[in-house]
Ligand binder design. Sequence first.
Ligand code: TMP
Length: 203
Amino acid sequence: MKQRPFFLTFEGIDGCGKTTQANMLEQSLLNRKLSVTHTFEPGGTVLGQKLRTILVHDELNLSLFAEVLLFAADRRQDIDEVIEPALKRGDIVIAERFADSSVAYQGVAGNVGRERVEQLMEIVTSGLVPNLTLLLDIDPRASLARKTDLDRIEQRGQFLDVVRYAFLDMAKSQPHRWVVIDAGRSASAVFRDVLDAVLSRLA
Ligand code: TMP
């Protein structure tokens, strides 16, 4: 398979299995002798790790807009330090979450406003859009049963239902970029669909 730069993101609610699938995909692409860079947000850089602690664990009573700006800072650092250099090298970049997470979590579910967050993300990413976004779709009740450590964001009530439908709505409105995968199945069954979607686009 000929290598060319390709930017793919995993999206989905907490506990949907992004990290498991991203790791399996990375390994499978490496086995095919492809160059892969794997990152995640928040936290894929040293700055990102510090921001992740603030965003996910600290009780700072962050305002919703301040929260979006911290996710945005993490994202821009990830783009400048990891994603852009990797794409310039011709790598396949796998990112666990990107701008769509801010639109779903802060814009729609967090009430900052979808359009406002979309506009901010356009600036923050300088218009960088993934070639492919895999939505690992799962009922929040099933996904939360997989997690023991509910983070600060997850604890906000029935929030994840709203996040889930925000992602599904985005996927529906941009079918050329998004592939929705039923993540309520075994990791290996989900991975078959992940690999199919990725290989068919890389071909
Ligand atoms: P993770 O579960 O993918 O590690 O992400 C940590 C939390 O941060 C998770 O609850 C989703 C949330 N999040 C946002 O609210 N907005 C964002 O832009 C990103 C990247 C994550």
